[in-house]
Write a protein that binds this ligand. Structure first.
Ligand code: N7H
Length: 466
């Protein structure tokens, strides 16, 4: 259950984990350094990892919460944030492949890596710069000032040069709407639905929904959802971490949305419902399950809903947020929830809000998807493989066999170029009217450009690494 971080009894647990796992670091600018240790320099690399913690660059969960408290009570900026993630190859490099296999016994997704995960991703030869090499470490740094992130990234690159290679530095930059909510490049508010680990967050959630009784969707989560014993320091905990660079063809997406709105004969404001049927939320965050139009009060935080009250004429089964969190559609959907920590990448020269598809980027922008979980198989891979990439989910789980596929998740499904793609899915000319169903296809506008599975080791492991 949720914990109160002001209670001293949690201090040890929180001091032993890295920051960003239980609560987002929240910085607006990040740099992601993908690093490979050089053969024969293992000792130097271990010393360096050690120094990141001992010199206070990497922050523990407790330090992060302390800084957040200071910000809330005294407006003292938390400054730079950093955390480190190690891949299977990274552990092989630091220790030995047999040791890695023994320690991570049964964690086959992590041991095999993302390339071998069977996610229907493009071949590695097509992945972007820096992602085709051996990645041992992912160092994430963040700050609210972009130049500080750039300076620290350059300084670290320099410092490690004699014992390691920084294959690539990927920058992430938050985009905010007028109300300060974080957007992604298609223009939608992101990061609304998250597991909540702390009592104050749950209270805030209740207050934001005007709900003191039983919640329709209760995001309260146990620490076990994301924390698992660190195999190299079993009295402390770590978390499995997924990183995926996902490029977005914004122009293609916007044009396809317009075509679909034309085909459905939707006029004026009604046309906004096309994107919402694909996403499950309007751009401002309003869930389409709850409203035919955007503009719900507290739109960018509203999450207290499920899908029990109608089949799919409000929110189609294929909608991104329904595929990736089916809520009432299946009984154990909460066990797959991840702590999502993504941030957009790429610069935009256009006006995101002008409604002109022609000026929107064809690529070069997207999302650096990142998530923490206790199990890659039971969380990220269940969502990506068994739900998003499966044309029949969630109808198969609900036992509905009406001859119509649900279709892929049109944001993240990964079956491009394969049999039966693009898949057909259902749209509704009138919100809430199941007799207005129309079957149409929609292409895929997100391309996977690289990624890896990592483990976020515990602080004591990093401190004692020799
Ligand atoms: Fe998604 N988007 O902006 O289009 N996502 N996502 N995602 N996503 C969500 O409810 C997006 C990706 C999930 O609990 C929202 O917080 C984009 C991957 C999950 O109801 C929006 C990309 C995976 C949820 C987007 C992308 C997921 C979710 C609504 C890639 C997992 C919560 C905001 C380019 C494998 C669902 C919100 C819930 C929400 C977008 C990737 C999963 C707007 C553009 C790879 C679990």
């Amino acid at each position: 259950m949720a914990i109160n971080y002001l209670d001293p009894k949690h201090r040890q647990t929180l001091s032993d984990i890295q920051g960003n796992i239980l609560k987002s670091h929240g910085r607006e600018h990040t740099a992601n350094l993908f690093i490979e240790g050089r053969l024969g320099e293992e000792k130097e690399v271990k010393n360096w990892l050690n120094s990141l913690v001992n010199e206070g660059i990497i922050k523990s969960g407790y330090e992060q919460l302390y800084a957040t408290h200071l910000w809330k009570t005294q407006r003292i900026d938390g400054g730079l944030f950093a955390c480190i993630h190690i891949s299977r190859l990274g552990y092989d490099y630091l220790f030995d492949p047999l040791i890695t296999e023994d320690k991570f016994l049964g964690k086959s997704a992590f041991l095999n890596g993302m390339e071998q995960a069977g996610l229907d991703d493009p071949d590695k030869a097509k992945w972007g710069e820096g992602y085709q090499q051996n990645i041992h470490f992912h160092l994430l740094i963040g700050d609210n000032e972009k130049n500080k992130v750039e300076q620290l990234a350059a300084k670290i690159k320099n410092e490690v040069e004699s014992f390691a290679t920084v294959h690539h530095i990927e920058f992430g930059d938050a985009i905010k709407n007028r109300e300060g909510a974080g957007l992604e490049h298609f223009g939608y508010v992101d990061g609304i639905s998250q597991p909540l680990f702390f009592e104050d967050e749950i209270q805030k959630y209740r207050d934001a929904h005007g709900e003191s009784g039983k919640l329709k969707f209760d995001p309260t989560a146990d620490l076990k959802l994301v924390l698992t014993p660190d195999p190299f320091f079993t009295t402390a905990q770590g978390s499995f971490f997924v990183f995926r660079k996902l490029e977005q063809n914004v122009q293609g997406f916007k044009k396809a949305e317009e075509k679909l709105a034309d085909n459905l004969h939707l006029k004026g404001d009604e046309r906004e419902r096309v994107g919402a049927m694909i996403m499950g939320r309007f751009e401002d965050g309003t869930p389409i399950q709850m409203s035919e139009h955007e503009g719900l009060i507290a739109n960018s935080s509203f999450n207290n809903f499920d899908y029990s009250e109608d089949e799919q004429s409000k929110c189609p089964y294929h909608a991104h947020i329904r595929k990736t969190n089916p809520r009432s559609d299946i009984s154990d959907s909460k066990s797959a929830i991840m702590a999502r920590r993504g941030i957009p990448f790429g610069e935009r020269l256009d006006d995101m809000d002008d409604g002109i598809a022609e000026t929107k980027p064809l690529g070069g922008v997207g999302l650096l998807f990142q998530s923490y979980q206790a199990s890659i198989e039971a969380q990220f891979e269940r969502i990506q493989k068994q739900w998003a990439n499966d044309k029949s989910f969630p109808k198969n789980a609900l036992g509905i066999n009406d001859g119509n596929d649900v279709g892929l998740d049109l944001i993240i499904g990964q079956k491009i170029g394969q049999d039966g793609y693009p898949s057909e899915s259902s749209y509704f000319k009138k919100w809430g009217d199941k007799n207005s169903e129309v079957r149409m296809t929609f292409d895929q506008f997100v391309t996977m450009k690289g990624g890896e599975y990592f483990f976020a080791p515990s602080i004591p492991f990093l401190k004692t690494l020799k």
